[in-house]
Design a protein around this ligand. Structure first.
Ligand code: ATP
Ligand code: MG
Length: 441
């Protein structure tokens, strides 16, 4: 059965005076595109995340346009337009750094029916199935993502009950949830991510299959899952994302080894540390400070790393060797699900491997660590560990001082300390660490 037979799109028009989408909040470039399409006689609508975000009073980061003009017709209207995509051709209208994406209405080519439906005015172009505005609405994922703001009368057009769902703050899949998740398992993550971002609930029938179907996410493209992770955790709602992923059973699929380690950690210190780190990330985003995927993944995979390290050491491996093996093992295993690029996984591992060096006080090593490009990130990480476990306070105090002291003062201070590490460190540990510093970097 095709999607169109199970869903009956019925149009509800919400006139301008009954909604809060205002042209004042729409990017002037998006308005330019909408008006130009309209003047040329085409249907022109703002659609998707932008309409949803405007309805809840948010500030959309990008503005997508839907139209019945074909990509070629769009290209003829705008000099600053290029066509992209092989499977579905899209028009990008470029205004300096802002790109307005213009998509021709299309129907769901992946509706599982095995049939390609063509509609009046629709045609098959490569794999590009054009459709009506109704087709375009029902192929979208959630009802709140399928609202159309019409430039001709400033009304919002709703074919699937999305307007009401926005009022009730509900994420509801269009059509049969199981079928929609099977079509594209990443929709499970999108449900959680958008609910976290908007502070919406996931409607019961949309939430119900998630724990059951979560394993399907393992088949999603690892590169796409990496991109989703960045949106889940680096856009200002990391704590909410994490808690909802955990609640809906998705953490076990995204970060299986960390999920196991978190459950096994009786004291709860690993979880506290993780949440504190994610809260810090949210604060940085709120303050427009930079956030790094390397630090994020160091946090998310720290429980897995600690567990792997403990296992290796339990088997008798020396600390330095075990640390490197644990870091590699966790990284390699994680790559099965999420394609973490090397430019992020290498600094992530450095953040972990630097942790054991904070207890070393030999003059040469102190200066080497202070000069390490990952010192600051690793020190911030140490702070999180201290806050969650009430350990490492001496180390944090030492390095907090050390990084602000003039070199000669610090050197003099270190020279007056007994040779080697901080007082009381056992000799055996020191020797192992020495091996670590020699072979680790
Ligand atoms: P945000 O940009 O805040 O992450 P968004 O809803 O705009 O959220 P995009 O990935 O930009 O997300 O997608 C734009 C629109 O395309 C969505 O609003 C939705 O209508 C549609 N869409 C995106 N991904 C899917 C999907 N996996 N299945 C069906 N429709 C989708
Ligand atoms: Mg978007």
């Amino acid at each position: 059965m095709s999607e169109l037979q199970t869903i009956h799109p019925t149009l509800r028009v919400i006139p301008r005076e009954e909604h809060n989408v205002s042209r004042r909040d729409i990017s002037p470039n998006a308005l330019r595109v909408l008006y130009r399409l309209r003047e040329a006689g085409f249907g022109a609508y703002l659609v998707g995340g932008a309409v949803r975000d405007l309805l809840v009073g948010g500030h959309p980061k990008d503005f997508d346009v839907a139209t019945d003009a074909t990509p070629e017709q769009v290209k003829q209207l705008f000099r600053n337009c290029r066509l992209i995509g092989r499977r579905f051709r899209l028009a990008h209208v470029v205004f300096g750094r802002e790109i307005i994406e213009v998509a021709t209405f299309r129907s769901n080519a992946d509706d599982g029916s095995g049939e390609r439906e063509t509609h009046e005015g629709g045609r098959v172009l490569r794999d590009n199935v054009f459709g009506t505005i109704e087709d375009d609405a029902v192929r979208r994922d959630f009802t709140v993502n399928a609202l159309y703001y019409a430039i001709e009368d400033f009304s919002v057009r709703d074919y699937v009950g999305g307007f009401e769902d926005v009022q009730h703050r509900l994420m509801r899949l269009i059509g049969d949830p199981e079928k929609r998740y099977r079509e594209d398992p990443v929709r499970m993550l999108r449900a959680v991510r958008l609910a976290a971002k908007l502070d919406f609930e996931i409607e019961a029938a949309t939430a119900e299959p998630i724990p059951r179907m979560a394993p399907l996410l393992g088949e999603a493209a690892p590169a796409r899952l990496f991109e989703e992770c960045l949106k889940l955790f680096l856009t200002g709602h990391a704590v909410a994302s994490f808690e909802r992923l955990e609640y809906h059973g998705l953490l076990d699929v995204l970060f299986p080894e960390s999920a196991i380690a978190l459950r096994a950690n009786r004291s709860g210190a690993l979880r506290r540390m993780l949440i504190a780190g994610l809260r810090g990330t949210d604060t940085r985003v709120a303050n427009d400070e930079p956030v790094s995927p390397a630090f994020l993944f160091a946090l998310l995979l720290w429980p897995a790393y600690c567990r792997a390290l403990a296992q290796l050491q339990h088997g008798g491996m020396h600390a330095a060797e075990a640390e490197r093996r644990a870091a590699d093992r966790v990284t390699v295993h994680q790559l099965n699900t999420i394609a973490l690029p090397r430019r992020f996984s290498l600094p992530m591992q450095e953040i972990w491997l630097l942790q054991s060096r904070f207890s070393q006080r030999q003059r040469k090593r102190v200066f080497r660590l202070l000069a390490h490009p990952r010192f600051r990130a690793a020190y911030d990480f140490l702070n999180l560990r201290m806050a969650a476990s009430n350990e490492h306070a001496d180390d944090v105090a030492f390095w907090r001082e050390a990084q602000h002291q003039p070199g000669d003062v610090l050197a003099a201070q270190l020279d007056t300390q007994p040779e080697g590490e901080s007082a009381g460190a056992p000799r055996r540990r020191r020797r192992r660490r020495r091996g670590s510093a020699a072979s680790g970097e």
